[in-house]
Design a protein around this ligand. Sequence first.
Ligand code: HEM
Length: 499
Amino acid sequence: MLHLLSLGIYYAAICIVLPLLYFLIAALYNLTLHPLRSYPGPKLWAATRLFWARSLQSGYYHQKLHSLHQEYGPVVRIAPNELVYIDAQAWRDIYVTRHGGHHMEKNTVWGKSPPGTPQSIVSTEEDAHLRNRRALTGAFSEHAVSEHGGVVEGYVDLMVRKLSEMAVGGNGEAVVDMVDWFNFLTFDISGHLSFGEGFGSVENGKAHPWVEISCSFGKGLAMVATINFFSPLDKLLRYAIPAKMLEKMEYHKELVRAKLQQRLSMDGEKKHDYVASILEYNKEKGDKISYEEMRVNMTVLIFAGAETTSSALAAILNQLIKNPVALQKLESEIRSAFQHESNITIASVAHLEYLNAVIEEGIRMGPPAAIGPLPRVVPLGGAEICGQWVPAGTHVSINQYPAFRSPTNFTRPDEFVPERFIEGFQGDKLDVFEPFLVGRHKCLGQKLAWAEMRITLARLLYSFDVRPAGGYEVPDYGGQETYIFWEKKPLMISLHLRN
Ligand code: HEM
């Protein structure tokens, strides 16, 4: 018995001591011999990935990166094998240039999926990405986006009507959470462009379960990305996901299948939505998109199109109501440009100079992809980034929040000054402002997003005087948590009907 006990203690000691020893030796190596050892950054972060993981899980990773850049400069080592940049040159060196004939590919640890998993436009496998991107390009051409214009205008009109009805019922004033309404709007538009019909959220003034489930995914994705870095813990991942979450994911999958089935049965009608683009591609090409890939693409596109645009609108409106002078200037531009709300169309708002500048400045201060885009991996042979040699296998990225808020890139970086995008501010480095990414993975929906943002803001400010609701303290947008996506706090707005 005693023998068994001491054997148990012996093995337990080995199980603890060996990993601890391995951890210490690895940390020592990372600090003293690793090829990235001379890059600046906090020593504990360079020694082990644990500090990066803790920061990502805190929700304030974007702010931490910002302060690390302030302390250590434009390039910081934030994990044993990872560097982050805020210099405009890094956009080209990481996301565009070919190094020794190779592109820098996406870091597969973030989106690791078991073999046989259906691929999509956001696949980390480059061939699958290219095939899916080609299949979807038709739905985002100039022509397609101008056809989608009617759908977008229709939902924005419906939202303005619903809000007007609420205001009429409230003696000319409606108090609403605009984060909710922007979600209703953008998810309805995305749903319509995917499946030929929206989710009914704007009509009902209430989030469809799809919207609620999608918006709760951010934390889960950040958790998965973190655990994936600590193999073999990732093998236990599916046991760590709460049963309720798994249930929601399954329900969501079924919902997509049902919607997709319904859309496919409408194929007689000529539509120019995302499904139509894939069906057209499948008809012409050999390397087809399977049904399951179509399902995953629809989930991705609805989310990529809706959550980002809704976050952008929330960030812009948040800044506008905190900056009455800019708000008034924008109101004047919009109200003097149109005689009637029916004249406000996607085409007619496209050239409003101040509106465009407000959108850019709002996104600069609260970029939807705050801690994105996803890091890339330096290919075999290494690469030069911002004039310095980086060895193969290093994870590298620009993170938008710290890059757009950096005083080395923007004068008065924490102030909302749309004029910087019109007249230019001395010291501003506007070439660092790439909220839609550059290169092969640049946002496919950029034109659509611009159309949605312009028409939504123009219609809202034409019909209503918007102010913070009484007693409501407008949150600091950058002070909110972000787990890949922003955990947006309510944006309580008082809408006063004009006329
Ligand atoms: C203000 C709104 C938006 C912003 C700031 C934005 C930003 C981005 C960024 C930064 C990426 C690169 C992600 C990465 O590779 O890590 C991206 C990719 C993408 N976005 Fe957007 N986006 C917006 C709206 C939209 C809309 C409306 C759609 C329409 C469905 C869309 C569809 C996509 C798709 C399909 C990709 C993947 C492209 C690829 O990997 O080839 N986005 N977006």
